[in-house]
Design a protein around this ligand. Structure first.
Ligand code: NAI
Length: 737
């Protein structure tokens, strides 16, 4: 049986609890262990007169049943006094139910100032006064639950209730803001719009209905929303007769009725009216940021005359388009060719903090250096340019591009980037994920120099607020991140970003105003413009290459990182690094705050031939696995085509000796007629295996079961683990010596 939701030790204040709904709440809370303050002024429905009997009767009722309750007879307009009763009687205040209310129904024309003010004072001002008096106590104890009582009259309007409906919708706005301000203190605020029989509804409902719509059918929702285990915050619920529904805003996709450098006219509004009001594929913005971001997006669309701004765009998507998203999977974006010279490469290097204060960086910023090189992460800029066609993908036509962030980034390099040249990128949407609070597009981008693959990028583009459409949560197409070892870092490099860092970085092509325009940044919820995530990423990639790769760009094989938090220009980045063979794990922190901004990250370095031979000779033995890989290579030659058809996967091997990578091999059964070669996969590997030379031989000789090796930690597998079954067959058939 499910455990009862109890309120032992909690102190609940219910305003207007002398009758109707408030009484039902007070009784229900008391029955479940709460100490209750029963507040009621005891006046009539129009707010006239006062008496103590209404509150006293309910207190009496609670006590008779063995509950704890005290009365308070103040008007909610004197919120401090009302809350003081809770503190005096029970020493704390945990839950506030703003329920007290009156009516002064008049047609609008006949509504007097007094009718207006009195209703506002009780409902809106009263809820404000009582809640404010309780707020600091809730903040201090890091717990609070608040209910605002709105009304269908406020949500939809109602004849003769101009004063009441305005106050009731005001309570919704108040509730939404308190939900935002209270969240970090575990103070939740929700609004309800009840329907129940009470003296308030007696005059407008037939008696049968008044009797049938019991307040007891509303109270359970209020109790649940106020329980410590309820995470709901900022919600609005209609409730009555035993039914509960949640409400949210819906917004049409709308229409842009203005053209760049043209005046905006009412005629253009008229011409677009149908589209402006068309709720097909409507969006459901949930935050003010989501709401305004799409408006701001119009400005940047107009300015750039482009569909997407690269690194922080967003799409608000209706759940109706779920099936449309599936159509986008597999979509190939139009190939994009990007030409660059040393100038772009240098600009990028400066953007990610390369500086001649470190003489070794000269080769990244001076085209005349004999060993001038592009920083490997410049390859991301190349790939990013290819993303402009993303909005054309099938099913994306109704996506409202506004606020997106990059949540993960993977880059794999094959040969280093040419110093200048022309690279053509081919991009494909490999999956769409539903992360609840947002939607993720996994985009693979392959960039070629002629026919030669230079690099592979995987972008995980997170679209804020567009999740919850019932899609899958994970994908085997997503390349995984890896946490760093649990020991102090082997090395730490620090670099202060300059105040102009984002200003400089954006010249490489990410023009999003979020990184330069203070008003735009504040609309995004930031104190000031933030640094591009990929800029911090570039800083750390440089640090790793400097610390462990001797600044040799040909050793940079891959980098993967998760973007965890924003960085403000001027802050200092600390890259903490751990060397595990040729994998350098890293995480990046902001020195000033200690916040981790890039997490679970790593760089894979290509072992130098010196490394390998030194390792092998120092251990005084050649690797036994070498013979096996060579043999597999020979044997699959004749049957390669068939294997490629059946297996369609690339397997990368890291063979270790004494805990360090001693060799890398790739078995490519995906491209052409298949191939086995030494070194990392030229494109991306589907599965990466890491195991020792000895264990590899045990597996091949059938002495060690691969599953057992995996579960005992001898064999590590990354990527598509299911494909290893196909590999097992291959090893069986083609690796026998
Ligand atoms: P009710 O009239 O039975 O209860 C309201 C209580 O508030 C009364 O006991 C009254 O004495 C008290 N009160 C009035 N002014 C006060 C003040 N200044 N300070 C302290 N107490 C005061 O009405 P009911 O139906 O129980 O309504 C409760 C709340 O639910 C109200 O806010 C009402 O607007 C709201 N509501 C009710 C609906 C319904 O179908 N009953 C529909 C929509 C909203």
């Amino acid at each position: 049986m499910e455990r009862l939701l109890r309120f032992d030790g909690r102190v609940v204040l219910v305003t207007g609890a002398g009758g109707g709904l408030g009484r039902a709440y007070a009784l229900a809370f008391a029955e479940r262990g709460a100490s209750v303050v029963v507040n009621d002024l005891g006046g009539d429905m129009q707010g006239m007169g006062k008496s103590t009997s209404a509150a006293d009767n309910v207190v009496e009722e609670i006590r008779k049943k063995g509950g704890k309750a005290v009365a308070n007879y103040d008007s909610v307009e004197a919120g401090e006094n009302v809350v003081k009763t809770a503190l005096d009687a029970f020493g704390r205040i945990d839950i506030v139910i703003n329920n007290a209310g009156i009516l002064r129904d008049r047609s609008f024309a006949r509504t007097s100032d007094e009718d207006w003010d009195k209703v506002h004072k009780v409902h809106l001002r009263g809820s404000f006064q009582v809640t404010r008096a309780a707020w600091d106590h809730m903040k201090k104890q890091k717990f609070g639950r608040i209910i605002m009582t709105s009304s269908a009259s406020g949500i939809y309007g109602n004849f003769g209730q101009a004063n009441y409906s305005a106050a009731k919708l005001g309570l919704l706005g108040l509730s939404k803001t308190l939900a935002i301000e209270g969240r970090k203190f575990n103070i939740h605020c929700n609004a309800i719009a009840p329907t129940a029989g009470s003296r308030m509804t007696q005059s407008i409902m037939p008696q049968d209905l008044v009797d049938a719509l019991k307040p007891d059918y509303v109270a359970p929702l209020v109790l649940w929303l106020c329980h410590e285990s309820c995470e709901e915050n900022g919600g609005l619920f209609e409730v009555g007769a035993g039914w509960i529904g949640k409400l949210r805003w819906e917004r049409t996709l709308g229409a842009i009725v203005r053209q760049k450098n043209q005046p905006m006219t009412p005629e253009a509004v008229k011409a677009n009216w149908k589209k402006i009001c068309d709720f097909d594929n409507a969006t459901k913005p949930q935050t003010i940021q989501e709401s305004t971001a799409s408006v701001i997006e119009v400005l940047s669309k107009m300015d750039s005359q482009e569909g997407i701004s690269m690194n922080h765009t967003s799409h608000a998507v209706s759940s109706d388009t779920t099936s449309g998203f599936n159509r986008a999977v597999g979509y190939k974006l139009p190939p994009h060719t990007f030409s660059y010279t040393e100038l772009e490469a240098i600009m990028y290097a400066l953007g990610v903090g390369a500086s001649i204060k470190d003489p070794e960086n000269l080769k990244f910023v001076y085209e005349g250096s004999s060993d001038f090189s592009c920083l490997p992460t410049f390859a991301i800029i190349v790939a990013q340019k290819a993303m402009t066609g993303l909005s054309e993908a099938p099913g994306f036509n109704n996506i409202n591009f506004a606020k997106v962030c990059n949540c993960h980034q993977l880059l794999k390099m094959c040969p280093p980037l040419p110093k200048s040249g022309q690279l053509t990128s081919q991009s494909v949407i490999v999956d769409i994920l539903d992360k609840g609070s947002g939607l993720v597009i996994l985009l693979d981008v392959y960039s070629y120099n002629g026919k030669e693959l230079i690099c592979f990028n995987q972008f995980s583009i997170f679209i804020v607020g567009s999740g919850g459409f019932g899609g899958k949560k994970t994908s085997n197409k997503a390349k995984v991140t890896v946490p760093p070892p649990k020991r102090p870092p082997d090395a730490v490099l620090a670099d202060a970003t300059s105040l102009n860092q984002a200003v400089l970085y954006r010249l490489s092509g990410d023009w999003n105003p979020l990184h330069i325009d203070p008003s735009f940044a504040s609309l995004g919820g930031f104190d000031k413009p933030i640094l591009h995530g990929l800029c911090s990423f570039g800083f750390s990639a440089r640090h790793v290459l400097q610390q462990f790769g001797n600044n040799d760009v040909s050793r940079f094989k891959a980098i993967k990182a998760r973007f965890a938090k924003p960085v403000y220009p001027g802050q200092t980045l600390l890259t903490e690094m751990w060397k595990e063979g040729n994998r350098i794990h890293f995480q990046t922190k902001v020195q000033e705050t200690g916040d981790i901004v890039l997490s679970n990250a790593y760089v894979d370095l290509v072992p130098t031939s010196d490394d390998l031979s030194a390792k092998v000779s120092s251990k005084d033995a050649t690797l036994q696995s070498t013979l096996v890989f060579e043999e597999i290579g020979r044997r699959i030659k004749n049957v390669g085509k068939e294997l490629v058809k059946n297996v369609a996967a690339v397997f990368e091997w890291n063979i270790t000796k004494h805990g360090e990578t001693a060799a890398q091999w790739t078995i490519d059964l995906k491209n052409g007629s298949g191939e086995v070669y030494q070194g990392p996969a030229r494109g991306s590997a589907d599965t990466v295996f890491t195991l020792s030379d000895e264990d590899f031989m045990e597996v091949v000789l059938g002495k060690l079961n691969p599953q057992k090796a995996f579960f005992s930690g001898k064999l590590r597998v990354k990527g598509n683990i299911m494909l290893s079954q196909k590999l097992e067959m291959i090893l069986k058939d083609y690796a026998k010596l």
